[in-house]
Design a protein. Structure first.
Length: 247
């Protein structure tokens, strides 16, 4: 999804920070960061800063992210949530203060940087506190495995039934206003990160929207979840456990 002409995002002059958790993504991370940095915006780029949470990579992920223009923080303890938390801590404690909006982006190239504006738009317009990129209608063929697609539908169904939400996706490509994020008290350090965020948003009465986004086949490397049996089982168990726990 592209956006032509001025938008409320530009009018509000929001400071947007992109957070990318990454583990051994040297084949994709450079272009991912570069596309975010290059997004046009008021007074420069749309995204003020890109922070990569390097999750113990043993390849050139960190070096290539820095070369493309990202700040890189190291979180050797493995876990998607752990890498996100470390990157957000960096933003919270930096001299210029935290951003207005956080955008979470995968490091494998599956997200379209041009759609960041569409994710942030409802927040800038005062219509939402959090926006989830819903992949169901625009995902490229093969970008989601059958197991991923089924698990996502099951988790979304449980969120609708147990938490009275309109959820159709647990997509990791998402945006949230900084005050809303801080109100959630996020703690999950691995596979439960995205669903914890959506559950807590529902329980705290945040305004949550979904926006259709594309999902592309990863640029390089292997998925840490869908690419292994251990990843699929671990993620499925943790997501269902998290849904039950907060209920």
């Amino acid at each position: 999804m592209t956006h032509d002409g001025p938008s409320v995002v530009e009018d509000q002059h929001l400071r947007i920070a992109a957070v990318i958790p990454a583990l051994n993504e040297e084949g994709a991370i450079g272009p991912v960061v570069a596309e975010l940095v290059a997004l046009p915006g008021p007074g420069g780029g749309l995204v003020e800063t890109v922070v990569v949470g390097d999750n113990g990579s043993t390849d050139a992920t960190a070096a290539r992210a820095r070369a493309a223009g990202a700040a890189v923080v190291s979180e050797p303890q493995r876990g998607y949530g752990a890498a996100c938390l470390k990157a957000i801590d960096h933003l919270r404690t930096r001299a210029e203060g935290p951003p207005d909006v956080l955008v979470f982006v995968d490091g494998d190239g599956s997200n379209d940087a041009a759609e960041v504006r569409a994710l942030v738009e409802p927040i800038a317009a005062g219509e939402a506190d959090m926006v989830i990129g819903a992949r169901g209608r625009l995902a490229d063929p093969g970008s989601l495995t059958p197991t991923q697609a089924y698990g996502n539908r099951l988790a979304a169904f449980l969120l609708r039934r147990l938490y009275d939400t309109d959820t159709t996706d647990l997509g990791p490509f998402r945006a949230i206003a900084w005050p809303a994020y801080e109100a959630l008290g996020m703690v999950d350090r691995n596979y439960g990160w995205t669903v914890e965020m959506q559950i807590k948003a529902a329980k705290r009465g945040l305004r949550v929207r979904e926006v259709d986004v594309h999902n592309r086949v990863r640029r390089a490397g292997q998925s840490k979840v869908a690419g292994t049996v251990r990843g699929v089982v671990g993620a499925s168990y943790k997501i269902i456990w998290t849904i039950a726990r907060y209920r």
